[in-house]
Design a binder for this molecule. Structure first.
Ligand code: URA
Length: 261
């Protein structure tokens, strides 16, 4: 049994400071195993106690993993100087002090973004050794051409001469301007630059899958959800690109069309 003070437990897992936690407890906003607890220095069992702050359950895991469906206009940064950061979209009850976006989406891109305070996991996710497959759906300015598939599979050479790893590509079923692409790496503006190299232009990009994690249909743009540690471990497993496209083509095409076309 790991005994810990209630305020320490909450402050390690949220953005609240110990003095804010004291105030919330005094106002009856904190519950321990279902009952209001007014003293924030109460000792609790960090492994089995159920703690709620303002009606939001605080997980026992030391780290938080949040899947955000990123909207346009937000930057993947922790520094406000870069613009409105994606961290602003995380409710304070589930945001922690050390959180950062694990990976990047451009300011005008949308879709699946993992936000965590687990530096080890983020490092593993981003290291070239472990690079996990990511699937994007793109809206193109001009119709998709079948010759792109072979070019992407051979490895696109970008305008500056940089070579990309082979990538898989498939046209979405119900539009000649929507396509899915799967990458195992993450160069700057990579998808946009790959389509530019074959003479097309990406008008809108949405990341729809990270490893075996698929952006849930019910998670609207701008919304986020907490993931369990076991979901995050699944990130490192891939999935069959063709199966993914045939299963999700209709859902994500409609999603992109309804929200942005
Ligand atoms: N590739 C891009 O060009 N932009 C993104 O946001 C992600 C991948």
């Amino acid at each position: 049994m790991a005994q810990i003070r209630l305020d320490k437990f909450i402050s390690e897992r949220t953005e609240y400071t110990r003095s804010q936690i004291k105030e919330l407890a005094a106002k009856g906003m904190i519950r321990l195993d279902g009952a209001v607890v007014k003293k924030s220095d109460t000792k609790i069992d960090s492994e089995s106690s159920e703690v709620e702050v303002c009606g939001q359950k605080i997980g026992t895991s030391r780290y938080k993993y949040i899947l955000l469906n990123k909207p346009q206009g937000y930057v993947c940064s922790t520094d406000e100087k870069d613009g409105e950061t994606v961290l602003k979209l995380i409710p304070p009850e589930i945001r922690t002090k050390g959180m950062f976006p694990a990976g990047r989406l451009d300011k005008d891109s949308i879709g699946a973004l993992l936000i965590t305070d687990d530096g080890e996991l983020a490092h593993k996710m981003l290291s070239p050794k472990h690079h996990i497959p990511k699937i994007y759906i793109v809206k193109l300015a001009r119709p998709f051409e079948n010759n792109y598939i072979n070019k992407f599979e051979k490895g696109i050479v970008l305008a500056d001469g940089e070579a990309c790893l082979p990538a898989r590509l498939q046209k979405a079923k119900n539009s000649d301007r929507l396509a899915f692409v799967e990458l195992y790496e993450g160069k700057y503006h990579q998808v946009k630059r790959m389509f530019a190299a074959v003479g097309n232009h990406v008008e809108l990009l949405m990341r729809v899958s990270l490893g075996s994690l698929v952006l849930p249909e019910k998670l609207a743009i701008g919304e986020c959800m907490e993931l369990l540690h076991k979901d995050v471990e699944n990130l490192f497993k891939g999935q069959d690109f063709e199966v993914f496209c045939s299963r999700y083509s209709a859902v994500f095409s409609a999603n992109l069309i309804n929200n942005h076309l």
